[in-house]
Write a protein that binds this ligand. Structure first.
Ligand code: SF4
Length: 285
């Protein structure tokens, strides 16, 4: 008996942008060396992109460690109204560990100095955010797997889930992007990932009546937030179901014909279209 397929918002997005990529990444189950990137599904095509992705992973690790420490009461809790920078030591240790794990350089502008700037970026974020009660932290890197309205299983991982009222939850995604490059608050309720999170939270924790979501720009130290009414979230997930059904019946798995999605494709070395595009557009001499 084969295990039921599990979908995710990013798989839906992948199929929407390129059915061939969705097939290569999720059905064939083979990952090429270039697919082994720090951010799942995204391969760095240039050294700059690779560094950007790694820095996102590293700052994420620092924030995750700080919230885990806040929950686990790693040391006496700060005063009420204290800031998350009380857990800066855990965050900085996690940053350094991720730095080493990802093989980032130790010295120079791209090494020590860059490491310091990430530490200070994460510290600034922590210094702005209040320490939640440990019991208010419902999850850090918390996986939710729930059935969609048509019974398909779908999975998502919440960066941070906070209880903000007796029946209200806030979901936060850390983004190492500028605020201007994030969706606007009016767009968030229909964002594929955010809507799915709001849907999954309501199913996983039936006591929740209100879900808000936020994309937190660690570069600008500000968050875009929005309430996501359940009917809106459900409607977006029904759209995922429709697309997933189409994908499951798709035997052609066509590539995106114009190559517009190929630059960051994690499986492009296995794609005949990419090989052809490379041959047809050789690097200028
Ligand atoms: S290289 Fe381009 S066409 Fe091929 S799978 Fe990736 S995104 Fe699709």
């Amino acid at each position: 008996m084969t295990a039921p397929e599990v979908w995710s918002p990013s798989r839906v997005l992948t199929y929407r942008s390129c059915p061939r990529q969705e097939f290569l990444r999720y059905r064939r189950g083979v990952h090429t060396p270039t697919a082994v990137a720090e951010t799942p599904g995204v391969v760095a095509s240039t050294p700059e992109t690779a560094t950007k992705l790694r820095l996102g992973t590293i700052s994420h690790a620092g924030l995750e460690a700080a919230y885990r420490a806040a929950v686990e009461r790693a040391h006496p809790q700060p005063d009420p109204g204290g800031r998350m920078s009380a857990f800066a030591r855990e965050a900085m240790d996690a940053i350094d560990a991720a730095w080493d794990r990802l093989g980032m350089p130790d010295e120079g502008v791209d090494g020590y100095e860059l490491n310091l700037s990430i530490q200070s970026e994460v510290f600034d974020v922590l210094a702005r955010l209040p320490v939640p009660r440990p019991s208010a932290v419902l999850g850090v890197e918390h996986e939710l797997v729930v059935p969609t309205p048509s019974g398909r299983m779908m999975r998502g991982v919440l960066d941070l889930a906070l209880q903000i009222g007796h029946d209200a939850v806030h979901i936060r995604d850390w983004k190492r992007k500028r605020l201007r490059n994030l969706p606007r608050s009016t767009e968030l309720p229909r964002d594929d990932a955010m809507a799915f999170y709001a849907y999954a939270v309501r199913l996983s924790w039936p006591w929740v009546k209100r879900v808000s979501v936020g994309l937190y720009s660690t570069l600008d130290n500000r968050e875009v937030t929005a309430d996501v009414p359940f009917p809106v979230a459900r409607e977006v997930v029904i759209g995922h179901d429709v697309l997933a059904e189409k994908a499951e019946g798709d035997r052609e798995n066509r590539p995106t014909p114009d190559g517009s999605n190929c630059t960051y494709c994690s499986v492009r070395v296995d794609c005949p279209l990419w090989t052809r595009l490379e041959i047809e557009s050789p690097e200028p001499a």
